[in-house]
Design a protein around this ligand. Structure first.
Ligand SMILES: Nc1ncnc2c1ncn2[C@@H]1O[C@H](COP(=O)(O)OP(=O)(O)O)[C@@H](O)[C@H]1O
Ligand SMILES: [Mg+2]
Length: 303
């Protein structure tokens, strides 16, 4: 596969904080590559170094064969950027924003079709401050696509959106990939990465803790799964901890979740029967990327 991004041994510190601690990764042409991890993991630092917006302490970066440190001007013509901290003046009109951004680029697409494609035609004369959250994010996507980039970087695109706007934005991200562009998606939402990414890197504490397709990472958990049920009063879920294959037991009042691998359900049923428990809502959930993160780090991604 054609490599669009190559990162080797990237490191970036801020004073005594090591934000990115020896990250290496590779992104292929035409894929959605997600960089996922909890807040503070170093995702934005890593991706902004890759785009040439931050200066790393050490490491090698090539994007489309270019060195972002020394060939940043050339690179910025060929990449699309939506920053985590993106904001525009509230009174700037949608068309004015597009006109302004177009002046940054040597080449830019006609923006009417872009507005049409992102459902913003009616909003062309609206002020930025009057747009909904979803409309603002669609405008940022349109701005990131204005120079017809080969690689698009999207950092926390759906943070703050309601579920409906998030799902619409997910479709938008897939549409960008389907135009043949490479997408780097930075997010702290595991389900977003699982849904959208062809491949992903999980970042924690400035390091890549896992990299691969969502399916492969979940399978490497060796059929990890969760058993959930609501107990009758007075049941202490601690009795489930020593069961074979159990990695973690969570109890919130009467709601119990048992994490583990192997034939978890049958072990749990046996233990519940022995404890005279007969929960009606007992069910198994297959592992997802949240479980991968938990298994790798011992922590939940959101605490
Ligand atoms: N400009 C900065 N100056 C000092 N510390 C920073 C700066 N940017 C990020 N950090 C610190 O670096 C770490 C990683 O931050 P960041 O790259 O924003 O992570 P993420 O995007 O995964 O939330 C955090 O501890 C954060 O506080
Ligand atoms: Mg960030």
């Amino acid at each position: 596969m054609n490599s669009v991004i190559e990162v080797n041994h990237l490191r970036k510190t801020y004073g005594s904080v090591t934000a990115v601690d020896d990250i290496s990764l590779q992104v292929s042409a035409g894929e959605i590559f997600a960089i996922v991890g909890p807040n503070g993991a170093g995702k934005t630092t890593a991706v902004e170094s890759i785009m040439g917006l931050r200066r790393p302490d050490s490491g090698e970066i090539r994007v489309l064969g270019l060195n972002p440190q020394t060939q940043g001007r050339e690179l910025k013509q060929r990449i699309g950027i939506q920053l985590q901290q993106a904001a525009l003046p509230n009174r700037l009109k949608v068309w004015e924003a597009l006109d302004l951004f177009a002046t940054f680029y040597g080449r830019s697409l006609p923006w009417e079709p872009l507005l049409e494609a992102w459902g913003l035609t009616e909003k062309r004369s609206a002020q930025f401050g009057k747009l909904s959250g979803g409309q603002k994010q669609r405008l940022f996507i349109a701005l990131a696509l204005l120079n017809d980039p080969e690689v698009v970087f999207l950092d926390e695109l759906t943070t703050g959106l309601d579920p409906q706007a998030r799902h619409a934005t997910w479709d938008a991200v897939l549409a960008i990939r389907d135009q043949g562009k490479t997408v780097v998606l930075v997010t702290h939402f595991m389900e977003e990465a699982e849904e959208l990414a062809d491949r992903l890197a999980i970042i924690d504490g400035g390091k890549v803790v896992a990299c691969g397709t969502p399916q492969a990472l979940i399978q490497e958990l060796q059929a990890g799964s969760r058993v959930r049920f609501t107990s009758q009063n007075g049941f202490d879920a601690a009795v489930l901890r020593p069961l074979p294959g159990v990695t973690q037991v969570e109890q919130h009042g009467r709601h119990i979740t048992v994490h583990g691998r192997g034939p978890l359900l049958s072990h749990v049923v046996t233990a519940l029967t022995a404890a005279n428990q007969n929960p009606v809502d007992l069910h198994v959930e297959q592992a997802n990327l949240e479980d991968v993160f938990l298994a790798l780090t011992g922590r939940k991604i959101r605490v």
